[in-house]
Structure formats: structure tokens, C-alpha cells
Design a protein around this ligand. Structure first.
Ligand code: 13P
Length: 231
């Protein structure tokens, strides 16, 4: 049999899935991950434990919903397809059942701007998409709407979706969203926390953009508004 296409991306999918379980933001064979390739995308197969997954198991799909490979694609292939098709700004779609994000989502609650780091997801809140049965077009439509202008959303009674330019970026944001959900749940034990106003979140977002906040610098050319390296 000839070797499968996109070996680097197939490996990145498996490593990304193993990482999300190791990081404690997903469990078992819940969750799924896709990467844009060529005229379509690669996506995890349905219901296969990540520690058993080989590069051949990763499924290649077209935006027309057809697939090639021995395995069936994730039951959530529709939202992976619809998000990657609608959002040329992202290359990776990551879905997890992270415990604290899901605890909020089962109440239909998103994450408001109780903490400035909410701005990392692209707005002044992380919305919660309404419930729809897993794998349905309705769920995909709700998710796409909740992600409008954002890189993350919760899914009611289900979990979260995070978008990124790379698997690394998506994983980092997923950890951040799960941390925010945990902080928000804890903070609520003392009552409703202080919510930062939209103009402050806009200021934070602009500062994050200028500082390339959360992105490692690969040279000594520090962006505006950061301390300068000595010498
Ligand atoms: P799959 O194994 O089909 O990807 O389903 C996992 C899941 O989390 C469904 O939302």
C-alpha cells in the first residue's frame, strides 16, 4: 500500500490529541482535531483511542464531505468542515470535553470578561453555542455563529471548540479557556465577579496585538510596548 499523504500533519494530529489528554483538557476518545491541508483537511477518525491511532487512521476529507481512508471520520466532521471552509484565518479546529468548560456549558453559560485573558479568544466574551445533538448540522451551525469573530466557544451540554493557526496555538488557547472556566467557576462561589467593561477589553486586545502577547519572540526585535533587551 502506498504511504498516506501529508505525513507531517497526520503525525501532528496524533501528537495534538495525545497532548490534549495529557494536559488534562480532554479524556478518553472524546474530542477531535482537524488540520487544513491542500483543498480539504485531515481529521481524527471516530471513536478510536488516541494511544492506538496511527497515521493511516487519520482521515482525509474534502469540503464536499467525501473522505478517503479505512476509518470513518469523526462524528463532528461537519463542524470541522464548516469552520475551516468559513474561516480562512485558521488552520486547526480542536474540540474537547474539558471538565470546567463543560461544567459552565451544561448551564448554557459562556465566559464573560471577568478576566482580561478572555481577550485572547478574540472578543469580550467566550460565547456558549446552544445545544444540538452531537454530529448534526444544527450543532455545526450553532458553533459557527458562536465563533463569529472569535477563536473559541463553548458548546451547551457538550464541551468547547478552539481554533488556531497551528496545533500548538490551538492547544495553548484550549488550556487557557479551560483555566478561565475554572477561575470563573471558583470566583462565582463568592458571588458574581466584577466584569471588565468592553472598552477595557478593547484596550487589552490592542495591547496584546502590539506586544504579540502569548506568542514567543524569535528575535531580539521586541515589539512596541515591551521592555528592551540590554545591550
Ligand atoms: P468522535 O470520536 O466521533 O470524534 O466523537 C467525539 C466527540 O467528542 C463528539 O463530540
Amino acid at each position: 500500500m502506498s504511504s498516506p499523504s501529508h505525513p507531517t500533519e497526520r503525525r501532528a494530529i496524533i501528537d495534538g490529541c495525545l497532548a490534549m489528554n495529557r494536559l488534562g483538557i480532554n479524556q478518553g476518545s472524546s474530542g477531535n482535531l482537524s488540520i487544513r491541508v491542500g483543498e480539504g483537511f485531515l481529521v481524527t477518525p471516530t471513536s478510536l483511542p488516541y494511544d492506538e491511532m496511527t497515521p493511516d487512521d487519520v482521515v482525509e476529507m474534502g469540503f464536499d464531505g467525501t473522505y478517503v481512508g479505512a476509518r470513518r471520520p469523526s462524528s463532528e466532521w461537519r463542524f470541522h468542515r464548516d469552520i475551516l471552509r468559513a474561516r480562512p484565518d485558521v488552520n486547526v479546529v480542536l474540540h474537547t470535553h474539558a471538565v470546567h468548560a463543560t461544567a459552565l456549558a451544561v448551564h448554557g453559560r459562556g465566559i464573560p470578561s471577568f478576566h482580561y485573558m478572555v481577550a485572547l479568544a478574540g472578543g469580550d466574551s467566550i460565547r456558549c453555542a446552544p445545544y444540538a445533538t452531537f454530529g448534526t448540522q444544527d450543532l455545526s451551525d450553532h458553533a459557527l455563529a458562536a465563533l463569529d469573530g472569535r477563536l473559541a466557544c463553548l458548546l451547551a451540554n457538550h464541551g468547547m471548540i478552539v481554533l488556531g493557526g497551528s496545533v500548538k496555538a490551538a492547544l495553548a488557547l484550549a488550556v487557557e479557556v479551560e483555566t478561565l472556566a475554572r477561575q470563573y467557576l471558583l470566583a462565582q462561589q463568592l458571588g458574581e465577579p466584577v466584569i471588565l467593561p468592553p472598552d477595557e477589553i478593547a484596550r487589552v486586545a490592542e495591547k496584546m496585538r502590539r506586544m504579540k502577547y502569548g506568542q514567543p519572540l524569535d528575535d531580539r526585535d521586541a515589539p512596541e510596548d515591551t521592555a528592551r533587551p540590554r545591550g
